[in-house]
Design a protein around this ligand. Structure first.
Ligand code: ZN
Length: 74
């Protein structure tokens, strides 16, 4: 997995968010993999050998959580 730099994080996140209604980048989520509260806008993007891109936890590569592992924080 290779980290790629995103110029416009808002645009990227809105386009690539896997569910409907992308949240704001300023919102917080709890990552189920590392258990930490993260700010959505701190996301990282990694690309695998097949050029699939993943919206990953800000704690990547220490954490292997992706956007689908983020739950509303308490
Ligand atoms: Zn995480």
């Amino acid at each position: 997995m290779t980290e790629i730099k995103i110029e416009d994080k808002q645009e990227y996140f809105t386009n690539e968010y896997p569910f409907s209604n992308p949240p704001k980048l300023t919102e917080k989520r709890e990552c189920l993999h590392c258990g930490e509260t993260i700010i959505i806008g701190d996301f990282k993007v990694f690309k695998d050998n097949s050029n699939n891109e993943y919206i990953c936890c800000p704690n990547a590569p220490r954490c292997d959580g992706t956007v689908i592992d983020w739950m509303p924080s308490k």
